[in-house]
Design a protein around this ligand. Structure first.
Ligand SMILES: [Zn+2]
Length: 136
């Protein structure tokens, strides 16, 4: 994997881990920090440039930083997202970000490119000293 693209950003959201016997079971919020690392065997065009000079567009990777009303996760009540529901642990949110980031990256690929060489690692910090990694 000769190229590794990395980007970090934060979003602020509220959640409740329904059924958790303790403070996480009450409504509260976090400034989540996300690190995305996307590796690739080759360079590609993007939605904004037609030449083969990118792994992916940083704009595409940072979708979750946008306001929830614009399709991101900022200022969301995470339990309102149907795919998360009551299970808004860092583990489940990291997998959610992985799934939705790969879907957006794949949507930018040119026809006939399955993106099979693209591998994404998501690190999600719920607090400055507690994080979860998810990759496939
Ligand atoms: Zn929490």
């Amino acid at each position: 994997m000769p190229w590794r693209l990395a980007t970090e950003f934060t979003f602020d959201s509220a959640h409740t881990i329904v059924g958790y016997d303790g403070p996480c079971g009450r409504l509260h919020g976090h400034t989540y920090r996300v690190r995305l690392e996307l590796t690739s065997d080759r360079l590609r065009p993007s939605a904004h440039v037609k030449r083969h000079i990118m792994v992916a567009d940083f704009k595409t990777l940072k979708w979750a930083k946008k306001d929830v009303d614009a399709g991101g996760l900022d200022h969301a009540y995470l339990n309102d997202l149907p795919e998360l529901g009551d299970d808004t642990t860092a583990e489940v949110i990291a997998a959610y970000i992985h799934r939705h980031t790969m879907a957006r990256v794949r949507a930018d690929l040119p026809g006939g490119d399955d993106g099979a060489d693209l591998k994404l690692r998501v690190t999600l910090w719920e607090t400055p000293d507690s994080s979860c990694e998810y990759w496939e």
